[in-house]
Ligand binder design. Structure first.
Ligand SMILES: Cc1cc2nc3c(=O)[nH]c(=O)nc-3n(C[C@H](O)[C@H](O)[C@H](O)COP(=O)(O)O)c2cc1C
Length: 315
């Protein structure tokens, strides 16, 4: 892959391949591994308080001189603290998600921080562009974790974004093979973001049970739950069975919140409780077959990408 485009220029990286910010998964080690391979590693602040995030930023910098970013889900009650820390620590790249991009983009841009917002519809993307974001991640409903209520697939969303935006687009959702990277570029994306595939990598801080659950997942093993209180894609288990039953019976928001309880993500992803934890993962889990190092994954993605481009050229 030899690509120079607005995304490689924006982040000063070799390959326009981004590690998505992931709760309980993408700490400094995974981010470092991706950045050292020439991509952009994001530290996922979604499961960190400001103090812990500071440690991850410091550790990344001690171990790598490559560019990196931080993902901040804006629904966090302490998002002010996280944003202030980013500014204080001179972090150069921020990916915001799950909230209003108008909230912090201006402030971050004043500090010369590059801001990318994660969107799941054209409406959200236009908003992100209008408030000054440098790029968007267009995330389709195949993706692991929290999803947009519009449930647009990556294939449709990226094409719509390409037709409606001027700023560069990073495609996310369902990507775990180099041919899909090539396809994303054909659709008009200038970068891609990967979650599930890297969540199962050796350097991911997730529990080995969770990684194995990804490996074991086939094409029908993830589901979308909690449409009423915040859509999430995760691997099917006892918890998702109870949620679907409750949703089919028309459970109220409060009843669903009671089932959700607290710390389900930590329980599933970090502590490895396969029955009662939330095992956030995307449909691409079906394409992930072993726990590999990020370096091996990168080499495979690039080989697959190059083979796809050669095949296209051959016609
Ligand atoms: C375990 C897990 C946790 C995630 N946590 C976050 C998060 O904290 N913030 C965020 O913006 N996206 C989060 N995501 C979404 C990823 O950043 C990424 O956009 C998505 O996984 C891409 O789709 P894929 O899983 O098909 O590769 C998470 C995804 C997974 C699988």
């Amino acid at each position: 892959m030899q690509i120079k485009n607005r995304i490689t220029e924006l982040f000063n990286i070799k390959y326009p391949i981004v590690l998505g910010g992931m709760v309980w998964v993408s700490g400094w080690k995974l981010a470092k591994a991706v950045s050292n391979c020439g991509g952009l590693g994001l530290i996922g602040a979604g499961s960190m308080k400001a103090e812990l995030l500071a440690q991850h930023i410091d550790k990344f910098r001690k171990n790598s001189t490559k560019p990196f970013g931080v993902n901040i889900p804006l629904l966090r009650k302490d998002s002010d603290d996280l944003i202030n820390l980013i500014i204080e620590k001179n972090v150069e790249i921020v990916f915001t998600s799950a909230g209003n991009p108008a909230k912090y983009t201006d402030l971050l841009k004043k500090h010369r921080i590059k801001v990318v917002h994660v969107v799941s519809s054209v409406k959200q993307a236009k908003k992100a562009e209008s408030v000054g974001c440098d790029a968007v991640v267009g995330e389709g409903v195949e993706a692991g974790g929290h999803n947009g209520i519009d449930e647009l697939t990556t294939f449709t969303l990226i094409t719509l974004l390409k037709n409606n935006l001027s700023i560069p687009i990073i495609a996310a959702g369902g990507i775990a093979h180099g041919s899909q990277i090539a396809a994303s570029f054909v659709l008009g994306a200038e970068g891609i973001q990967i979650g599930t595939l890297f969540a199962a990598a050796i350097e991911s801080s997730a529990h080995s049970n969770y990684k194995q659950a990804i490996i074991n997942s086939g094409e029908n093993d993830t589901t979308l739950a909690f449409r009423k209180i915040g859509l999430v894609r995760m691997i099917k288990n006892n918890l998702t069975a109870r949620i679907s039953e409750a949703e089919a019976k028309g459970a109220t928001n409060q009843e669903l919140l009671n089932i959700l309880g607290e710390k389900r993500e930590m329980r599933g992803i970090f502590e490895g409780d396969l029955n009662e934890g939330m095992l956030e993962a995307g449909q691409s889990a079906a394409l992930v077959n072993c726990v590999d190092s990020v370096k091996t994954i990168f080499e495979r993605l690039l080989t697959e990408y190059n083979a796809s481009i050669d095949e296209l050229k051959r016609g």
